[in-house]
Write a protein that binds this ligand. Sequence first.
Ligand SMILES: NC(=O)c1ccc[n+]([C@@H]2O[C@H](COP(=O)([O-])OP(=O)(O)OC[C@H]3O[C@@H](n4cnc5c(N)ncnc54)[C@H](O)[C@@H]3O)[C@@H](O)[C@H]2O)c1
Ligand SMILES: [Zn+2]
Ligand SMILES: [Zn+2]
Length: 408
Amino acid sequence: MSGNRAVAYLKPGAVEVRTIDHPTLELKDGPGVASANVGRTCRHGVILKVLATNICGSDQHMVRGRTTAPEGLVLGHEITGEIIEKGPDVEFLDVGDIVSVPFNIACGRCRNCKERKTGICLNVNPARPGAAYGYVDMGGWVGGQAEFVMIPYADFNALRFPDPEQAREKLLDLTMLSDIFPTGFHGAVTAGTQVGSTVYVAGAGPVGLAAAASAQLLGAAVVIVGDLNAERLAQARSFGCETVDLTRGTVEEQIAEILGVPEVDAAVDAVGFEARAHGQGSPEAPATVLNSLMGVTTAGGALGIPGLYVTDDPGGVDQDARTGTLKVRLGLGWAKSHRFTTGQCPVMTYHRGLMMAILHERVHIAKAVNATVIGLDDAPRGYAEFDQGASKKYVLDPHGVLSGVRPV
Ligand SMILES: NC(=O)c1ccc[n+]([C@@H]2O[C@H](COP(=O)([O-])OP(=O)(O)OC[C@H]3O[C@@H](n4cnc5c(N)ncnc54)[C@H](O)[C@@H]3O)[C@@H](O)[C@H]2O)c1
Ligand SMILES: [Zn+2]
Ligand SMILES: [Zn+2]
């Protein structure tokens, strides 16, 4: 096979669908590939025909020019696909299997992988712990917003769906297992959500909505979602969340109107470093969410922080922000004995259980995030609309297999 249509980052504000090489079981040189990774052979890898691959808020940080992503980087870390070829060292997967791929690439052999900290694998990225497909500083593994993609250490990384036919029918929900559903769930779990908890989720993008649906699944008594985007808040209400509109009034006041007290048991940051200050037409203020979560979380509570914070931000609001140094009021969190959990979600910790919840229709994640299918060639439009704040989770359909697939 020769060509492979794929979505590449061009320059701030622009992506393009272009033809790249068909993947092989080797990581070849290309945009963003760490030099020590060039020529790495992957006898443990598989080649997937991509059946569904989603656009993520994490991609938007790159496409907005807020990272050091290089021109030509092939994007896409949310991958579900069918195995069409396997390397000689793949033992337990077969051609024809349909699998969900965690966005974290992990070797399964290092100290961190053995402790299931798959977001900070030591062997897949020469520059720092942790890797991902199609992402700046993440090792240069080619992205999966494409017709085909190579998945290394496949026996370890891939989650095989028990029944390929059933998987095709539930693909619109199952595609959320590669990132945002586990990530939202991780946010809710690490915020300490339990049966009866009151939970505040900052951000009503797909990750925030996934965190809210996860908090409900975990038995929260009340889930409150905050954003400045009215359409996204309406989406949160559509599945039973309370909402706070951050263009008016303080978070504390609005939480008090709902709960009778201005605080919650658990809080999730599903916004990250491009956070805006509260109020109408407010400017970017990167520490806003972290500081407001410390304000509203009860003493002894926890903050789950899946929202992304970076070490280099060319578009940062000031010199400090450009190196990821934020004005966080840590004294407040310390005084309230808060616990914080940051970093990549270790998808593998959660994906099998969440798959079972989808297959047995205990959760409706595609509906919660308003999964919206578009063709691969429409990716530039999907990126643009998502950037404008559309309340949709865009799912790219490179092989036209999603038409007729409905949310569970
Ligand atoms: N940790 C992980 O493993 C992981 C995985 C996936 C995504 N992420 C990160 O999660 C974050 C959210 O992803 P997404 O796809 O939902 O992105 P998104 O950009 O679609 O959503 C972010 C939302 O935050 C809102 N917002 C801005 N300032 C706010 C504030 N002060 N309070 C409340 N809401 C505010 C925006 O209006 C927007 O709706 C991103 O930073 C993304 O990179 C992390
Ligand atoms: Zn993602
Ligand atoms: Zn590892």
